[in-house]
Design a protein around this ligand. Structure first.
Ligand code: CMP
Length: 507
């Protein structure tokens, strides 16, 4: 048909026959060079057409010489090129172009390539069979040596191909997922029958052979949930209370815009190390790509917040503490503690009748104690000979109904005290006291007060008033609970009575 067109429409058909194919080769080769960066999928069909036209140019030349065998071979080769070019072009139109245009889900490269190779093989076998009368199928299937040679030569390639098929079926990752395998972390940008390509955070492209991937552990950070838990480690000085450290870290993390609120961040003490108390910080992130940046930002902020709150990140140096007693230093420290205790004792109303000197005497003997939020300081029913003045924080006074049901009957804060009932009466503790927030207290023992109480009975009086009021409150609460229990019992009894009457048909 092509020949007929040339003969009908072109002058000098002989010359046209000779020149038309080289011209087509030049046109297509120029297009291919010009558009080489545009559509790489079009390269192969265009290349095959160029080969076809090139072979046809040679064929037209041989027509003028008497070379029947070369003519036959060229004719066969040209048919093979034309067939392959058409198959590839049709695939380009339907698979590459139309599917993308219609935004259909792309066919995986491996499946497409395997399909294409099969169609190519069938097409070549058919051309050989019907044009050259060569039956390659029987040769291939009967030649064990050929099979073995091909098998050995393609060992690696086949391994990659099979691994590629396994990965396609199992789908441990998709394009766009953040993964880690074979010591590389990156985002998957492509999967072929030979390898999987990823782009690392450093913007390097790594091609990892498929059979290496199937042999290694695959970590997918995007699936099934793109949120992933990041971990940070912070070492803080021994002198800083863990709850203060936890609070600062948690605030910093929770306020960071890239951190997910759920699951909520966690801060755990993981080790009492040589120089520091070590904390593990865990929080949820969706932006895996920027994880190192976010972590660095958080650590940065933690440094500033620690600085403001007086928390210390210690140097990794070994501090040698020489146990040499320095009486002067010791006296200064004791004096400072006494003044701090005195300032806090002055805030307690019942000690108002006492002079500065009396209070200083008590202050010299008391000690500071720290409690973390949630810690039980006093348990109901225990024996006790000490009371506590709250310096910082807050506590809850609790009575229990049964083993588990608790009732908070009072909350006490800075300047208030608790534990005075057992200290003054010698009776067991009347309630349980639990730290509601982190607390610092002054602990006063019975002996610390003995002398002062003897000298100032008005203090005992003021305390007994307070004690009576508290006892009253406590008794009232306990009575209310008893009443409620009695009522509940009565209600239950009446419910049982109704049931029994119904059961025995008593009217
Ligand atoms: P004590 O009995 O030694 O131990 C429990 C403490 O709880 C008690 O001393 C009081 O200090 C405190 N407490 C008991 N009842 C009340 C109350 N109603 N209000 C405030 N504090 C109380």
């Amino acid at each position: 048909m092509f020949n007929k067109l040339v003969e009908t429409y072109l002058p000098y058909p002989e010359l046209a026959h000779l020149l038309i194919y080289p011209i087509l080769v030049i046109i297509l080769a120029s297009y291919s060079l010009y558009a080489r960066h545009r559509n790489h999928r079009l390269k192969l069909p265009v290349g095959l057409f160029i080969c076809y036209f090139a072979v046809m140019s040679a064929l037209k030349l041989t027509e003028h010489f008497d070379l029947p065998s070369i003519f036959g071979i060229l004719e066969l080769v040209s048919t093979i090129f034309l067939t392959l070019a058409i198959i590839r072009f049709v695939t380009f139109i339907f698979v590459d172009y139309l599917m993308r245009y219609k935004k259909l889900a792309p066919i995986p490269v491996i499946s497409r390539d395997i399909g294409l190779v099969l169609v190519y093989l069938i097409a070549i076998l058919m051309v050989l069979r019907y044009q050259a009368n060569v039956n390659l199928t029987s040769i291939i299937t009967t030649s064990a040596v050929l099979t073995a040679v091909i098998g050995l030569a393609l060992q690696d390639t086949l391994g990659n191909l099979i691994s590629g098929i396994v990965l396609q079926m199992e789908k441990p990752y998709n394009i766009g997922d953040w993964v880690s395998f074979d010591n590389y972390v990156g985002r998957v940008i492509g999967m072929t029958w030979k390898s999987t390509r990823i782009i690392t955070r450093e913007k390097e492209m790594v091609s990892i052979p498929n059979n290496t991937i199937t042999k290694s552990h695959i970590l997918n950070y995007t699936q099934p949930d793109p949120n992933h838990v990041a971990t940070l480690y912070v070492g803080v000085s021994y002198k800083d209370p863990p709850n203060d450290v936890r609070e600062v870290i948690l605030t910093t993390i929770s306020e960071h815009p890239s951190v997910n609120p759920f699951p909520s961040p966690e801060v755990r003490v993981i080790k009492y190390n040589d120089f520091s108390v070590d904390y593990e910080v865990r929080f949820s992130l969706s932006d895996f790509e920027n994880e190192p940046k976010i972590k660095s930002h958080i650590l940065n902020q933690i440094w500033y917040r620690f600085k403001r709150r007086g928390l210390t990140i210690p140097f990794p140096i070994r501090t040698i503490h020489q146990e040499r007693f320095d009486p002067e230093k010791e006296a200064v420290a004791r004096d400072q503690a006494m003044h701090r205790a005195l300032a806090n004792l002055k805030r307690v109303d019942v000690f108002d009748p006492l002079s500065e000197n009396d209070l200083a005497n008590i202050a010299r003997q008391v000690r500071f104690e720290q409690f973390s939020a949630g810690e039980i300081i006093i348990s109901e029913g225990d024996a006790g000979t000490s009371m506590y003045v709250i310096v910082r924080g807050e506590c809850e006074v609790i009575i229990f109904e049964g083993k588990n049901k608790e009732h908070i009957i009072a909350r006490l804060g800075a300047g208030e005290f608790f534990g005075e009932m057992s200290l003054l009466t010698g009776e067991p503790r009347t309630a349980t006291v639990r730290a509601g927030k982190d607390m610092i207290c002054l602990r006063i023992e019975k002996e610390d007060l003995e002398e002062i109480m003897n000298a100032h009975p008005e203090v005992a009086e003021a305390m007994s008033v307070m004690l009576a009021a508290r006892k009253e409150g406590l008794t009232q609460y306990k009575d209310t609970l008893k009443e409620a229990a009695k009522l509940a019992n009565k209600k239950l009894a009446s419910q049982f009575l109704t049931k029994i009457k119904k059961f025995f048909n008593i009217t």
